[in-house]
Design a protein around this ligand. Structure first.
Ligand SMILES: Cc1cc2nc3c(=O)[nH]c(=O)nc-3n(C[C@H](O)[C@H](O)[C@H](O)COP(=O)(O)O)c2cc1C
Length: 178
């Protein structure tokens, strides 16, 4: 199978997740086409047999170029086995209302684009302090403090559960290959 792994990443964590997904696909003997949606390149000459898209939440929304891409490509996306990986920090929050909000982020994407993914996986992202400008650093320190995450070391803090990503990809490939 040829599997498109399309992603958008502002600070790099979703790119890492997409790369891990692509590596897992190749390990299973399939071909992964890793595609940065923001590169505006052609994503494949051949039509992929399946697709996994990954996007992070920034200020309550997925990045606009990702939403535009999904809106444009939803017909073929829906015609192959497909999945969506939503990357956020609220999904690992101790605050129940934030977790609940994170669980519903993909619903807003569906409303905006008309794409109803076959599978949705929620992945916790990272505090990428080394990538932030002054304003983002201030904002994200507040978020870390609110959520009881380490915030004063200046170090990046990654919450992504890589074994969960692995499990999700393996279930997806199993169901897509049938
Ligand atoms: C400016 C900014 C705003 C964010 N807003 C949210 C948010 O509203 N909800 C949330 O769950 N995570 C939010 N996050 C956390 C990101 O989803 C998380 O850091 C993710 O790992 C970013 O992925 P990326 O490195 O691929 O851009 C925000 C992060 C930044 C930098």
């Amino acid at each position: 199978m040829i599997v498109l792994v399309g992603y958008v990443s502002i600070e790099g964590q979703t790119r890492k997740i997409a790369e891990a997904i692509a590596a897992r696909i190749e390990k299973d003997g399939h071909r992964a086409v890793l595609f940065n949606v923001m590169s505006m390149a052609e994503y494949a000459l051949e039509r992929p047999d399946a697709a996994i898209l990954c996007a992070p939440i920034h200020a309550g929304r997925y990045p606009a170029p990702f939403v535009d891409f999904v809106r444009r490509e939803k017909d073929w996306l829906s015609s192959v086995p497909n999945a969506f990986v939503s990357v956020s920090l609220f999904i690992r929050s101790d605050i129940e209302a934030e977790q609940e909000e994170a669980r519903h982020f993909p619903d807003a994407l569906k409303t905006e684009t008309g794409w109803a993914p076959d599978h949705v996986h929620h992945a916790a992202g990272a505090f990428s302090f080394s990538e932030y400008d002054f304003f983002k650093r201030w904002m994200m320190k507040r978020m870390a403090e609110r959520e009881g995450a380490p915030s004063d070391t200046g170090e990046d803090v990654e919450f992504t559960d890589w074994s969960e990503i692995d499990r999700f990809v393996s279930v997806f490939l199993w169901s897509a290959d049938r």
